[in-house]
Design a protein around this ligand. Sequence first.
Ligand SMILES: Nc1ncnc2c1ncn2[C@@H]1O[C@H](COP(=O)(O)OP(=O)(O)O)[C@@H](O)[C@H]1O
Ligand SMILES: N[C@@H](CCOP(=O)(O)O)C(=O)O
Length: 308
Amino acid sequence: MNKEIRIFSPATVANVACGFDVLGFCLDTIGDEMVIRQTEQKGIKITVIEGYDLPFEVEQNVAGVSALAMYNSLQPDCGFEIEIYKNIKPGSGIGSSSASAAGSVFGMNELLGKPLNKTQLTHFAMKGEALASKCEHADNLAPAIFGGFTLVKSASPLQILQLPTPSDLFVTLIHPQIEIKTSESRAILPKEILLQNAIIQWANVGSLVHALHTSNYDLIKDALCDVVIEPYRKQLIPHFDDVKNAAMKAGALGCAISGSGPSIFMLSKGEDIAKSVQKAIKTVYAKTNIAFETYVSKINTEGIKTIL
Ligand SMILES: Nc1ncnc2c1ncn2[C@@H]1O[C@H](COP(=O)(O)OP(=O)(O)O)[C@@H](O)[C@H]1O
Ligand SMILES: N[C@@H](CCOP(=O)(O)O)C(=O)O
């Protein structure tokens, strides 16, 4: 036995400004690698973790929890070992936990001859994601597994819509090297929101979806606005307003918190503008003593994939 595959499990941007818990897109160059190995010995084992200090206990690691949920449901006549080569810092706001939760179930499914479709994989991956964020949200998992832009129409029963990706859309991202746990940045959100803000927000979600379908960059610009979540969470992110101002001045279509932060993303029309935006936001953080990384990426329309 001992069949194995190596996979690339991408980072993702959840929420996309107005679509808290429902919208997301997949990044191109940033992601983890994982090796999933089929073994004669039954059960799930995490055998290697490199890059960051994370638990090896299956029940404490999101990759283990999602793998176990799928394993218990399918009850295959074999076991699996999981190796995690982590590039995405946990608590980054670019779907670190989601990359691991999706990677283990994707790899197992490939080795078992693909008995599950992508929505079913997302369902099991959500069990792992819930360990990290204390909530079964799929807005990182769906773009990681399906690629491109996705909308989670319903979490239960799970229904995912794939949205088109305008070809000239580029992402710029800044990742201040501080950790914000998704569970903690969810805990500070209000339980109720003002109707007047809800109206603005759902108009923006509808407009953004329409703009993606029609490659209408002006409408993307109008719709990339979050009046519900950002006012609370931006307080956790040093210099958020300065980054946003610099990015918009440099020509970005929009700028918002990536997932639960601390990463901040911008969308731009064309790679040249995305690079100018990168230069502008670098100057904001360069004046501080906070370490940071910046990236320019295409939208990854393929999602998670086998690389060996
Ligand atoms: N395989 C894993 N990858 C990343 N984080 C994990 C993993 N397993 C458990 N965790 C825990 O999940 C938390 C990070 O998840 P989360 O706060 O959602 O960050 P992110 O926004 O980067 O996904 C950390 O507490 C981390 O210890
Ligand atoms: N919708 C979730 C997304 C969390 O994304 P992450 O990349 O920070 O895990 C939220 O905003 O809480």
